[in-house]
Design a protein around this ligand. Structure first.
Ligand code: SER
Length: 882
């Protein structure tokens, strides 16, 4: 039986039962903010259920289009993987408001499904569930329908939460709700034992849920508050695609008549490529949903319904890409679904809007294509690298954050390839990042991912030019392509030709201004990806429109410093090669308007002499004012001429050489001066080891060198001013001071030694003597903890059997030491004494049986507490030694 036929039989059945047949309402619920999309046939009757709207007729039937993605009922992730789930499906339903309730609703459903005039399903194959406290429903099934009792299953609440059950239906977080009874169809082959269905797990495994009869009795007004509805009502819903699959005897609703045509058309497009069922189902499902949503005037976007649509389209495109559809294809599929929507009873206007729908899909597809290509390539590489089929969650997040590849798409692909992802970890990363983003909202445009949105190429003309009159070819605002950037908005402009250098080859991006007749855009940074160049910044005033003719002006002062640092980097690189007589291996560089940084591999230490040599060589080249030429040539020729290039980098066939006559010749796309003299000065400010045999030189150029020396001289002067005499020989003066300090230290040590000896003697004389053991407890005050260790060592030398507790109080910290002579540790344990100490003065510390050290939390300790400790320790000694 064709799907069309089933729909019309259903409506005919209820017409005969005196129901008013109504159209499918819009997918976008009218005047109802509690729902994102229409998710059930009952939605259009919500006000009647709640008693807000009075009606003439009291029973209705419809075939309603529903969307179940986003909101309370969300099947998005199941689509493709489960044979009967869809983001958009048709729901056949009958509704009653006071006319009939449980009994008639059940009798109608049973008749339509099993009577020979209608669907004629075998009664033996039908199983029923009901809400465990709904005894009325149970009674109807058993005593009126005469259903065998073993075909009736009671469904409980989950986690003991009242009404939290598969058999208690809720429209959303608020709205009408009530207990329900569900009809299942047994899908097992004839010869299997059909009596073994005992609970909902058995049901889910073997049967397909086809019809849900809800008895609306309550209105959920708050998460934990329900009130009774004015009149108990009926709301039933049967998935048309599901009942079709049963009547067409196929194992999935994707195999029913309406879907097979669509899936065939997609298969034709794939030709010989990979035919993956999950992907085919996802594409087929998503084209239906996207087409219907666009026909209802929803366009892809970043929020709410628009975002849901974008998410659906992008998922379909990714699956297309995955099975080999690497060019726009999705927009062409809309036309294949017209046939299945042509006879529906609704206001959908797919046929008349087909061109608009195609155009919107095509634009979205083109825009996403670039993101997809990059992201998927990166994902493929990551997957290839995996050894034990586990993809790190940070990588997945990186692909999303940097390349814009949606996370669910990575998850889908990984699922296909049997790559494991730790979802909890991934969710944690997403959560933490969302929180961070919330904090940084409006502060800065998200790094890099916007580059993927640019589709218009730019010509860079900024080697010699600083100012250009050019055209705005693309505007990006809030991660969307747009036609106008308004006052004070942060965004990205793309220009036909630009003098702005986009960050690359270690050189930072230019900043400056883009001025149109209507406003000024401040460029804070320029980034590039191939020929796509993003001018990132904000509208200082006015606005800029797409296609505006603008005046693009870089910050020349900043650019000149960057050029000095870049040209100096080339001189430094050649100077390094010269003094180390071998090619140093460049490992990275950074060129900005503050300094230059050059990392390279060199195994030996770099001496001060080396640094001086380097500075002299580079500065001599600057003084000579040598021309710096840019030469365009083939990579082959360049290699032949022993030009410096990075082994790790891939170069195009035609390359650019920066040539500093007879000294340096290097492949480079950066911006440089015309002569070395323009650099002014060169000074290395640091040289460090940063990794295994990797060294990093940091240097400055031009006026910055002069300023650097000014600072140094100022500091030197300050130090000189500390001295009254001998100002001109500071070295001598400081050396003298250090010698003096050392002498003083020695003297001080002597005094301390004498002092601690004295203290130790004193402590011994005042020691308690209990059961032949000396016991000392004392607070002292020394700068260093080690002094109390010395004191206790001295005491231990003098006393045969001793327990010593010393507490050292100084301004910052109070430490303690418990020391016990070796000959009594069999009985007395320093760790136990520590516990006694901490029971009076809390602290932290550890050690062994004979010695424990640590700190006490109280900084100031009074004698009362010491007394208490003393008493307790004495008790302990007595107890042990008796
Ligand atoms: N509202 C119920 C459901 O969606 C019955 O139509 O299942």
């Amino acid at each position: 039986m064709k799907t069309e036929k089933i729909r019309s039989l259903f409506l005919q059945f209820f017409k005969e039962k005196k129901h008013t047949i109504v159209q499918s309402s819009s997918l976008i619920p009218k005047n109802d903010d509690s729902l994102l999309f229409t998710n059930a046939g009952m939605n259009q009757f919500k006000d009647i259920y709640l008693g807000y709207k009075k009606i003439n007729s009291s029973s209705f039937a419809s075939s309603q289009y529903c969307i179940r993605t986003g909101g309370k009922h969300d099947d998005f992730k199941k689509v493709g993987y489960k044979p009967y789930h869809h983001t958009l499906f048709e729901m056949l339903g009958n509704f009653s408001f006071g006319e009939y309730f449980k009994e008639k609703a059940i009798i109608y459903a049973w008749e339509f499904l099993t009577h020979k005039k209608w669907l004629q399903l075998s009664k033996k194959k039908i199983w029923i569930t009901y809400y465990y406290q709904d005894y009325e429903t149970k009674d109807i099934w058993l005593n009126i329908i005469k259903l065998p009792s073993d075909h009736l299953i009671a469904i409980n609440d989950k986690n003991n939460i009242k009404y939290n059950s598969d058999n208690f239906w809720k429209m959303g977080d608020s709205g009408p709700c009530g207990p329900c009874t569900e009809i299942f169809y047994d899908q097992r082959k004839k010869n299997t034992n059909i009596e073994n269905i005992k609970n909902s797990n058995d049901l889910k495994k073997n049967c397909l849920e086809i019809w849900n009869l809800v008895f609306m009795q309550f209105n959920q007004i708050k998460p934990n508050k329900m009130i009774k509805l004015p009149i108990p009502s009926v709301d039933t819903g049967m998935g048309l695609e599901r009942i079709s699959s049963i009547l067409q005897n196929v194992s999935s609703s994707y195999k029913t008549d309406n879907f097979t045509k669509l899936i065939q058309s997609i298969k034709k497009k794939i030709k010989n490529k990979k035919k993956n069922n999950v992907s085919l189902r996802i594409i087929a499902d998503h084209i239906r949903t996207s087409t219907c949503l666009i026909s209802e005037n929803i366009i892809p976007g970043n929020e709410g319904r628009n975002y849901v649509l974008r998410r659906i389209i992008r998922r379909a495109l990714s699956h297309g890409y995955f099975i080999g559809l690497k060019k726009p294809f999705f927009y062409k599929l809309s036309k294949f679904i017209i046939h299945s929507f042509k006879n529906i009873n609704s206001d959908f206007n797919i046929y008349n809007k087909i061109n608009i729908i195609r155009n919107i899909l095509f634009t979205e597809e083109k825009q996403f294509h670039f993101i997809l290509k990059n992201g998927m390539n990166k994902l493929k590489k990551e997957i290839k690298k995996q050894k034990n089929n586990i993809l790190c969650e940070k990588k997945i997040f990186y692909l999303y954050d940097t390349f814009g590849l949606p996370i669910e798409i990575t998850q889908d692909i990984c699922k296909e390839k049997k790559i494991i992802i730790n979802i909890d970890k991934l969710n944690k990363i997403i959560y933490l990042n969302k929180r961070k983003q919330k904090k940084n909202k409006n502060k800065k445009i998200k790094k890099n991912s916007y580059l993927m949105l640019i589709t218009k190429k730019s010509i860079f003309d900024g080697y010699n030019e600083r100012i250009k009159t050019t055209k705005v070819t693309q505007i990006i605002y809030n991660n969307n392509i747009t036609s106008c950037l308004k006052n004070k908005c942060i965004g990205i402009l793309v220009l036909e030709v630009t003098p702005f250098y986009g960050e690359s080859s270690g050189q930072i991006g230019d900043s400056g201004e883009i001025i149109s007749k209507n406003g000024i855009f401040i460029v804070e940074n320029t980034k590039k990806n191939g020929n796509f160049i993003a001018h990132i910044g904000f509208m200082k005033n006015g606005f800029i429109n797409i296609n505006d003719i603008v005046y693009a002006k870089i910050n020349i002062k900043k650019r000149k410093i960057i050029q000095s640092n870049h040209s100096a980097t080339h001189l430094l690189h050649s100077a390094l090669n010269k003094i180390f007589k071998l090619k140093v291996n460049q490992k990275g560089s950074l060129i900005n308007n503050k300094y230059l940084r050059f990392d390279f591999q060199y195994n030996e230490d770099i001496t001060e002499k080396n640094i001086n040599q380097l500075e002299i060589i580079v500065n001599k080249k600057i003084q000579k004012n040598i021309p710096i030429n840019a030469i365009i040539t083939s990579f082959k020729k360049a290699k032949k001429n022993k030009v410096i290039y990075l082994q790790s980098k891939k170069y195009k066939k035609i390359v650019r050489i920066i040539d500093i006559e007879n000294f340096s010749s290097e492949l480079c796309s950066g911006t440089h001066h015309q002569n070395t003299g323009q650099i002014g000065f060169f000074k290395i400010i640091s040289c460090k080891k940063i990794g295994n045999q990797i060294k990093r030189i940091k240097a400055i150029t031009g006026i910055k060198v002069i300023k650097y020396f000014h600072k140094k001289i100022k500091k030197e002067k300050k130090i000189k001013n500390l001295f009254i005499n001998n100002k001109n020989n500071i070295y001598q003066s400081i050396k003298k001071i250090i010698n003096n300090i050392n002498d003083i230290k020695k003297e001080n040590q002597k005094l301390i030694n004498q002092n601690i000896l004295q203290i130790s003697k004193n402590l011994i004389s005042k020691a308690y003597f209990i059961n032949k053991i000396f016991f000392i407890i004392k607070i002292i005050s020394y700068k260093e903890h080690r002094i109390i260790r010395k004191i206790s060592d001295i005491i231990k030398e003098k006393l045969k059997k001793a327990i010593i507790i010393l507490i050292n109080e100084n301004n910052f910290i109070t430490t303690f030491l418990i020391n016990i002579t070796q000959n009594i540790i069999k009985n007395i344990n320093a760790l136990k004494i520590k516990n006694i100490l901490f029971s009076i003065i809390p602290g932290q510390g550890g050690g062994k049986k004979n010695i424990v050290e640590g700190k006490l939390i109280n900084k100031k300790i009074n004698s009362k507490k010491i007394k208490k400790i003393k008493i307790k320790v004495i008790e302990y000694i007595k107890k042990i030694m008796n």
